[in-house]
Design a protein around this ligand. Structure first.
Ligand SMILES: *[C@@H]1O[C@H](CO)[C@@H](O)[C@H](O)[C@H]1NC(C)=O
Ligand SMILES: *[C@@H]1O[C@H](CO)[C@@H](O)[C@H](O)[C@H]1NC(C)=O
Ligand SMILES: *[C@@H]1O[C@H](CO)[C@@H](O)[C@H](O)[C@H]1NC(C)=O
Ligand SMILES: *[C@@H]1O[C@H](CO)[C@@H](O)[C@H](O)[C@H]1NC(C)=O
Ligand SMILES: *[C@@H]1O[C@H](CO)[C@@H](O)[C@H](O)[C@H]1NC(C)=O
Ligand SMILES: *[C@@H]1O[C@H](CO)[C@@H](O)[C@H](O)[C@H]1NC(C)=O
Length: 691
């Protein structure tokens, strides 16, 4: 039955999502590909090759300007420093002024230049005020408020368009604070999937609404016949959701979601389409900690490996820190996939990150990246980020030119030229100003969209619309799919109870070119701009103030201070500005957002010896002061046409080399600075991450 609705869901969505091209989807013969309608779409809708990723608004109706940021007041009462547009660097939630100003800014600056919106949840305040506990009604109503704001910005101005919804596709997603109690979601259908079916009705394709009410997951063809965005219900993967188990047992909603995803990705491959995966809680996992149940992480990683020709990339929120994750396919274990205990057991990462847990987590990520195979130092590495060669630390360890065989060995280790041993998930920070409010605009390659072949599942041929709707052939297809390899061995073992069915997804065909996450091509991500709003400047309530380190609840840089301005008398113009742009940022040196580029970046960040005993003293380091004294990127020559031009002279000038106990390098410092959206003081960061 499960497969039945899966198949029906997919099939109907395929046939009816886009009425304008529906006819073309049921061609008389395969010779008549639905090219013309797509070209119309591309031309007439005018794709821009950009989309918005926005996450973790946390709107709070109870926020009071100039209330106290202390834990017992949570910006709801008391006298204090909570600013007009939010209390940056605190754990307070977002005032509606910030929510409104953010949408106004999007309207003025992004509205007409993006193709779709990825909105990864947490559209309700935290349950942090004992005096005003959250209610279900409030949670739904703040979610509706955000939907209304999106409609204000992207809503249709004329009613003649028969399609429901906005001028561009928007893909919403469940956050762990969009339900109550937070983190806990029972298997569906449940009252939350029912409620959000209504709140998000416009965004969930009609033929998937039934599926959504069952599991809270769905996908949207943001570019019909070309690109689909999968909204994963990560509540069913989330280690902190004690109402469900994970992804190993057939009865787990996580298992069902993974099956759904597998089948959909399989069909997308057949159709020659690509997919973006998105969700709220990211698949964060370090040596010691994790956020997803291990069996879900295992399947996700296996799916990403097997559908590496289909998946363009994955986007998450939740953690409020800007960073990325690499999934190493060598961590896939048959035992762990089936939920058997392994030697390493990881504990759950904090459900809401404090500054302290974020610091520990980032340090653990870095330790993991220090295990990435060392890239040989050679110019022939065609896909390296140019910044690679500019890293200060790098210059110190540089050795004489290696031979080609080293390069080959390296490629062998990382899964070939395209680093197919790994997959990548990007995590954007939040609108809620735990640090500074932030959002991300990702650029992707739309060149050649019209030239891509559109292939139809054979069964579509010669079918009437009614037959399509009955979806007979897709049900057959799903069952008979020759690409599915049943692993029945475990069933044969005597005396044991029946194991859950496990289907290994089929890898790309041997002749298939590397996917868009690996090799730059149509739909590959090219780069992104990270925007932030400097609330310290915008609120303009304080002069220079001291920094207060806090445990647990973080009440910000201005703890205990009172603003010197009268309420709402003065603030600067609200705006988002560029924090960094990967297209021209020489520190990260990401010439694109492919896995290989990120592997290089992670390698450079991880390029240090973990602090074990005295070994660290052998490392020659750049004094952090030298880094501060040189302007961002000053030691680095701008990267032109992927030309590798190490700035040796500059290194000599600025890079005073001496032994330093703190294992800090510039790219690591930049990475942690950006993780906190530039809102934390350099000294504080050096204290925390310098060793
Ligand atoms: C806040 O300050 C006002 C006067 O500015 C005072 O009336 C009020 O009692 C104070 N509230 C608290 C909780 O201290
Ligand atoms: C935010 O905008 C809505 C309209 O979308 C308006 O009703 C509301 O009063 C605004 N709130 C604030 C605090 O500006
Ligand atoms: C569709 O119809 C054509 C022409 O009638 C026929 O040659 C072809 O085999 C049919 N395809 C299928 C899958 O039935
Ligand atoms: C964009 O895609 C086209 C078509 O695959 C390709 O030729 C081109 O090199 C890509 N552009 C970039 C900047 O990667
Ligand atoms: C934010 O603004 C404050 C006050 O103008 C300034 O001191 C600080 O450097 C700014 N931060 C960033 C990251 O631009
Ligand atoms: C990088 O590009 C952004 C626009 O995306 C621009 O504002 C910024 O000044 C550029 N930075 C450099 C160093 O060129």
């Amino acid at each position: 039955m499960f497969l039945h609705w899966l198949a029906t869901t997919l099939f109907l969505s395929y046939a009816t999502s886009f009425p304008t091209i529906q006819k073309a989807l049921i061609p008389e013969s395969l010779d008549e590909q639905p090219r013309a309608p797509l070209q119309d779409l591309v031309k007439h809708k005018g794709l821009h090759g950009r989309f918005l990723h926005i996450t973790d608004f946390h709107p709070d109706h109870f926020y009071e300007t100039y209330s106290s940021t202390e834990e017992d007041a949570v910006c709801h009462r008391g006298n204090g420093s909570a600013g007009v547009f939010g209390a940056e660097t605190t754990d307070c939630d977002s005032p509606l002024t910030l929510v409104n100003a953010t949408f106004d800014w999007i309207k003025d600056n992004l509205k007409d230049t993006i193709d779709f919106v990825i909105w990864t949840g947490d559209s309700s305040r935290h349950d942090s005020d004992e005096k005003i506990p959250r209610t279900e009604k409030e949670i739904i109503s703040t979610n509706k408020l955000l939907v209304n704001k999106f409609e204000e910005v992207f809503g249709k101005t004329d009613d003649t368009d028969p399609r429901d919804g906005l001028t561009i596709p928007l893909v919403p997603n469940f956050g762990n604070n969009d339900i109550m109690p937070h983190n806990i979601m029972q298997p569906g259908p449940n009252r939350w999937t029912q409620s959000y079916l209504n709140v998000w009705r416009k965004f969930i394709p009609e033929e998937q609404r039934h599926g959504f009410s069952t599991g809270g997951w769905f996908f949207v063809e943001v570019i019909p016949n070309r690109l689909a965005v999968f909204s994963l219900n990560t509540m069913y993967f989330f280690e902190h959701n004690t109402a469900v188990d994970g992804c190993a047992e057939r009865s787990d909603p996580g298992y069902q979601q993974m099956e759904w995803l597998r089948i959909q990705l399989q069909f997308l491959r057949k159709r020659g389409m690509k997919a973006i995966l998105m969700g709220h809680v990211p698949p964060a996992r370090t040596e010691a900690k994790l956020l997803w149940d291990e069996t879900c992480w295992q399947k996700y990683t296996l799916w990403l490996q097997q559908y590496r020709d289909v998946v363009v990339g994955s986007l998450y929120g939740h953690m409020n820190i800007d960073h990325f994750l690499l999934q190493d396919h060598e961590d896939i274990s048959k035992k762990a996939l089936r939920g058997k205990t392994e030697s390493i057991t990881r504990t759950a990462l904090d459900d809401e990150m404090t500054i302290q847990s974020a610091a520990g987590y980032l340090t653990e990520l870095r330790a993991g990246w220090s295990q990435i195979p060392d890239a040989p130092k050679t110019k022939s590495r065609s896909s390296s980020g140019c910044g690679y060669f500019y890293d200060l630390f790098e210059s110190i360890t540089r050795k004489k030119k290696p031979k080609k065989s080293k390069e080959d060995k390296y490629l062998e280790k990382i899964g070939g030229e395209w680093a197919e041993r790994y997959s990548l998930s990007l995590v954007s920070a939040s609108v809620v100003p735990n640090y500074f409010p932030t959002l991300r605009v990702i650029e992707y390659n739309i060149t050649g969209l019209d030239d891509l072949p559109v292939s139809h599942a054979n069964c579509l041929e010669n079918m009437t619309l009614q037959e399509v709707e009955e979806a007979h052939c897709f049900i057959q297809n799903a069952d008979e799919d020759p690409t599915e390899i049943e692993q029945k061995k475990s069933k044969k073992r005597k005396g044991k109870k029946k194991k859950p069915k496990f289907t290994t997804p089929k890898p790309p065909s041997k002749s298939a070119p590397p996917g868009p996450a690996y090799s730059p091509q149509t739909l590959s991500w090219l780069g992104y701009q990270q925007y932030f709003a400097n609330l310290t400047r915008i609120n303009d309530d304080f002069g220079q103030e001291q920094v207060v380190g806090e445990k647990g609840w973080h009440n910000g840089k201005y703890s205990g201070k009172k603003p010197h301005k009268d309420k709402l008398k003065h603030h600067n113009k609200f705006e988002y500005e560029i924090e960094y742009d990967t297209r021209n940022d020489s520190v990260f040196g990401l010439k694109d957002l492919t896995v290989r580029s990120y592997l290089d970046l992670a390698g450079r960040i991880g390029q240090y010896k973990p602090p074990k005993g005295d070994r660290i003293e052998d490392i020659e380091e750049i004094d952090p002061e030298d880094i501060e004294n040189s302007e961002n990127g000053a030691d680095v020559v701008a990267c032109k046409d992927n030309e590798l031009a190490p700035s040796k002279k500059k290194h000599k000038k600025h890079g005073k080399k001496h032994k330093h106990r703190k294992a800090i390098n510039k790219v690591w410092f930049t990475f942690v600075n950006r993780a906190f959206v530039g809102a934390r003081d350099d000294d504080e960061l050096h204290d925390e991450f310098g060793q």
